[in-house]
Design a protein around this ligand. Structure first.
Ligand SMILES: Nc1ncnc2c1ncn2[C@@H]1O[C@H](COP(=O)(O)OP(=O)(O)O)[C@@H](O)[C@H]1O
Ligand SMILES: [Mg+2]
Length: 278
């Protein structure tokens, strides 16, 4: 079980305040998207959830545990980065095995030569290989395991990055604009794949994007973010049809909405652009 509770999180870099009192409850198994323009603080919030960045104020709970000060490795979360962050000198299999090696082997057992002779290394290694193979097959990249990232297409790299996050079966997936490096056609296809992955795994997804059509098509709920504040958190249809805030209305929808100044009369009509409206 991994619901996420974000309570009054603030973050400043020096004098710059990047997150201003962000509070949000994410349900177990929900697909929640943080949507907002570039620079509004999405990645910062995601990195705080992952434990890669420390908040200036506020508190964070994942499942039943307050995780403030808990190291990334000890939080049951996995992150897919925008850049994928694959190690170029390692094969796909080695990249995918890494999170499991970090968790299941001691630092001695991970040593290149010495480790091989320590008790248990081989058995654990075989288990890891099996888990990597199973995940790779589920993502259709089983035939790529011996390749290095440089020998893969953008879409294949993206799958490997997802595979590396999936392999240790985290309770929470954090995805930071995972599709932004793909061409338009592949992006639409991968949207469907990630959505399907969410349904299959049934775990909590926090997905970051600046692309409203991604947010609208994939999410259970969308959290619209601007300048370090959440403006509205609601299902896509509600965000679209019943925005809480003029800034949400302006951000969502294509083409952008028109805004008219109007004067509300005492009889309930509004005067705008030379006519009256109910
Ligand atoms: N390590 C950092 N030091 C200083 N400023 C940062 C740092 N990380 C992010 N910022 C600033 O915080 C703001 C939000 O960044 P970010 O969370 O990456 O936005 P987004 O992911 O929504 O594009 C930006 O103005 C960015 O320049
Ligand atoms: Mg970002």
């Amino acid at each position: 079980m991994a619901e996420i509770s974000i309570r009054s999180i603030r973050k400043s870099f020096g004098a710059t305040s990047v997150l201003k009192d962000v509070s949000l409850e994410i349900a177990d198994g929900e697909f929640l998207t943080l949507l907002g323009p570039s620079g509004c603080g999405k990645s910062t919030l995601l990195r705080i959830l992952a434990g890669l960045e420390v908040q200036t104020g506020g508190s964070l709970a994942i499942g039943d545990h307050v995780v403030d000060g808990v190291r990334p490795k000890r939080r049951d979360v996995a992150m897919v980065f925008q850049s994928y962050a694959l190690y170029p000198h390692m094969t796909v299999a080695q990249n995918m095995a890494l999170p499991l090696r970090m968790r299941r082997l001691s630092s001695w057992q991970r040593l290149p030569v010495v480790g091989r002779f320590l008790l248990g290394t081989t058995a654990v290694g075989a288990e890891i290989e099996k888990d990597v193979m199973r995940t790779a097959k589920a993502l259709g990249i089983g035939h790529l395991l011996a390749r290095k990232p440089g020998q893969l297409s953008g879409g294949q790299r993206q799958r490997v990055a997802v595979g590396r996050a999936m392999v240790r079966q985290p309770a929470v997936f954090l995805m930071d604009e995972p599709l932004s490096n793909l061409d338009a056609k592949l992006r639409v296809q991968m949207r469907a794949e990630i959505k399907e992955l969410h349904q299959r795994l049934g775990v909590t997804f926090v997905y970051v994007t600046h692309d409203q059509s991604e947010a609208m098509t994939m999410s259970d709920r969308v959290a619209v973010m601007l300048d370090g504040e959440l403006l509205q958190v609601a299902p896509p249809q509600e965000i679209y049809a019943d925005p809480d805030d003029l800034r949400v209305a302006e951000f969502i929808g294509s083409p952008k909405i028109n805004i008219l100044e109007a004067t509300l009369r005492s009889d309930g009509l509004a005067d705008a652009a030379g006519t009256s409206f109910t």
